[in-house]
Design a protein around this ligand. Structure first.
Ligand SMILES: Cc1cc2nc3c(=O)[nH]c(=O)nc-3n(C[C@H](O)[C@H](O)[C@H](O)COP(=O)(O)O)c2cc1C
Length: 172
C-alpha cells in the first residue's frame, strides 16, 4: 500500500479558462492528481457529491458561493473514514471563491489527521493557493501542513514536470 494519499475534488464540464468558457472532458485537478500518482507511489480518493453541481459555469459559481456563505456540508457519495496507514496526505481541489469547495470540508471533517503530513494543492485561474493552507489548518486538526502547490487550471495538462518535482521533494 502506498504511504501517500491524494484526496481530490474536480469538476469536469463547463469551466472558465484563460478568459473564456470551455468544456473540459477531465477536470484540471483530476489531471494534477494523476500527475502526482505517476510521479510517486500514491493512492487516489475522489470526492464525489451526491448532488451534481450545475453544468453551467455561472450557475455553478452561484451555487458554490451559496454553499460557502452558508458553511454547507454537501453530502458525498462515499466517505473515506480511515487514513491510518498513510504518512502524507495531499488535499487537492479547485479554487472556488478563494478556497476549497465545501465538499472537500465534508470529507476532511470525517478524518483523524493526528501526526499526518498534509499538503495543499489547488488549481485556479489566478488566485494561486489562496485560502487552501488556512483551510487545512482549520479542518485537519493535529496535522503538520507542508509545502503547497498551485497550478493554473489552463496549464494543468502541461504541469507534469512541475508536479513531479514538487511530489519528489515532498512525498518521498
Ligand atoms: C464555482 C467556481 C468558483 C471559482 N472561483 C475561483 C476563484 O476564486 N479564484 C480562481 O483563481 N479561480 C476560480 N475558479 C476557477 C477554478 O478554480 C479553476 O478553473 C480550476 O482549475 C477548476 O478545477 P477543476 O477542473 O478541477 O474543477 C472558480 C471556478 C468555479 C467553477
Amino acid at each position: 500500500m502506498a504511504k501517500n494519499l491524494v484526496i481530490f475534488y474536480s469538476r469536469k464540464g463547463s469551466n472558465y479558462v484563460n478568459g473564456e468558457i470551455r468544456n473540459l472532458p477531465e477536470g484540471n485537478t483530476a489531471v494534477v492528481a494523476r500527475f502526482i500518482q505517476q510521479a510517486v507511489d500514491a493512492d487516489l480518493f475522489e470526492i464525489e457529491t451526491v448532488k451534481d453541481y450545475p453544468a453551467d459555469y455561472k450557475a455553478c459559481t452561484e451555487e458554490a458561493q451559496k454553499e460557502l456563505m452558508g458553511n454547507a456540508r454537501p453530502g458525498l457519495k462515499q466517505y473515506l473514514t480511515d487514513i491510518t496507514d498513510y504518512e502524507h496526505i495531499v488535499v487537492a481541489g479547485p479554487c472556488w471563491w478563494g478556497t476549497y469547495p465545501m465538499a472537500v470540508v465534508s470529507q476532511l471533517e470525517k478524518l483523524d489527521f493526528s501526526g499526518k503530513h498534509v499538503f495543499p494543492v489547488m488549481t485556479h485561474e489566478g488566485s494561486g493557493l489562496a485560502g487552501a493552507p488556512l483551510a487545512l489548518r482549520k479542518h485537519c486538526k493535529g496535522a503538520v501542513i507542508g509545502e503547497g502547490l498551485a497550478v493554473r487550471g489552463a496549464e494543468a495538462d502541461s504541469s507534469g514536470e512541475t508536479v513531479a518535482r514538487w511530489a519528489a521533494k515532498n512525498l518521498q
